[in-house]
Design a protein around this ligand. Sequence first.
Ligand code: PLP
Length: 390
Amino acid sequence: MEFGMNINLNYKKSKDNYLFVEINERVKKFRQTHSDLHILNLGVGDVTLPMDKKLVKVMTDALNDQATEKFKGYPPETGYDFLKTAICRYYKKLGVDISNEDVFVSNGAGCDVGNILNLFSFSTAVIADPTYPAYYDSNILCGNEVILLPLTKQNGYKMVIDGLEEKSYLIYICSPNNPTGATMTHDDLKKWVYFANKTSSIILFDNAYQSFIEDHCPKSIYLVEGAKTCAIEIASFSKSAGFTNLRCGYTIVPKELQREGQSLNAMWNKRQCTFFNGVPYHIQKGAEFALSDEGEKICQKNINYYKQNAKILKSCFKGMQFLSSSNSPYIWLKIPAKFTSWQYFEYLLNEYNIVCVPGSGFGKFGEGYVRFSAFAKREDILLAKQRLAT
Ligand code: PLP
């Protein structure tokens, strides 16, 4: 029989279980026989603090508009101008000039990280190992080739170009990195921007943790000269303003970014207007407020809380080798050689009732490590400290 339809068999190549589904299943199984225990979840990187009341009021007021003459129908697919303007203002403060047309408001970085592949036909992706699993998985599902660059102690857990053939690639850079926490300096990024422009590659710069950066590392790749002709920046309100449930992020595709005579900005506009119907008005109002001077101060309080959690967590691992820059909500712990990372996960769960993420879930070079998240409640972090001290 002749087929007029073919399913995407690349799905068969991807692993069955998403990392966090596997972790949840193991924890659920453990709970079935230990229902009386208080399990401390320092695994998943999800925020736990309630939102500030003022931020929620801005959104409820905007939602209440729907019951008035101010009622809104479909939102603009690429975002309301008020939010795009607030995003441009935020970048201006960083020292970056972008315009509203460069900004595409989305329902989160996770979606855009996958959807952006829609702009490319068969490509070779250059991805760090260990890494945020969506980069690898989305490329496998598209049938792309993947080159993995190991992040090791020797290279400071950062992606380095050495040995990479001069070809055009899709290059994923996450800074501060999930899971290692390593942050790219201006010089690190400069090398990648030079390489990308020289080879007609495109850098996909995942900026999900930019609000945690407290040193001189760049909070946007566009602070590096030449980045507008080779980089797309993907950002999110999830970790900076606690929007993991509400869903709002944005992608910047500069108009200067052209490949094969095509404007990537025009292509992404077409893609979003075809496949996406926009983020709700009241959510965008909340995001706008989060970027205001008052909103930034409010959001910073929660970020500081998580940063303090990270400091407390670090103090639990004295004498052990771990990586945690002050720019990251994650701690990347080297585990004793006798354990695999899943064995260490089970050990921590059974002996201390603490959940972490096995490093191998982030890639082959994550083996021998586990990741702790500082996004937990303070009382759980303190309890973890107490338990680990015994
Ligand atoms: N990118 C990285 C590196 C992440 O760690 C995460 C979430 O943990 C995301 C993107 C997804 O962010 P969002 O909640 O905006 O989809």
